[in-house]
Design a protein around this ligand. Sequence first.
Ligand SMILES: [Zn+2]
Length: 228
Amino acid sequence: MSILQIRTFPDPVLRSRAKQVSEINDDIKNLTSDMIETLIEAKGLGLAANQVGILKRIIVLNFPEKKPMALINPEITKKIGRRTVEEGCLSFPNHTGVVERSLKIKAKALDEHGGRLYFDSEDLFAQVLEHEIDHLNGILFIDHLKKHEKLHARKFEYPDQTHQHDLKIQVEVVKDEELNENHSKYNEKLYSEIRVEKMLEALEKGNLLVDLSSSTNVKEDEKLVGNL
Ligand SMILES: [Zn+2]
């Protein structure tokens, strides 16, 4: 098992469509193990293969108190309702945005042994499935930003307690300057300095960042979740 480097926005691989997995062989199993190890290192909830530079339809999930799992060729079969939530993405480290997501999702996938899985999910699980399956289609969470919304410079911290029945994640507000100046805030095992620099440049260029004065206001009605 090894930790893989995470691709950051605007890497073109994040805008590419991943291809169906036709055979679940040892290469695929090794890749899912590496992706799970990477996700655990990143303290994220979900990771898509595009995010490690591989265009195969594979996502991995790691929810507190659950065993990490890999979904192969996942597909959404139904979306129900809309809600507004704040979310982050491992390809936009230390940034979050307010997006619209479905209330409930029905999905299907294969497990690592080729077994069929069916999901009837809601809330955070539905949000993560939607976010990760979007990745496989080259869609990013910034495509779902609410009108006039921009990204906030924030850092998610998982609480230390092991029993987290409430999945809300604690948020530490980090000033833009601190994030820019101190690259050690990005895990070096996961993010190369050049990728982080390119991302910050692209976010700035694309006018995707809120100004510092408003980035410290965390609205109470926004539900914050972890990195997807
Ligand atoms: Zn993501």
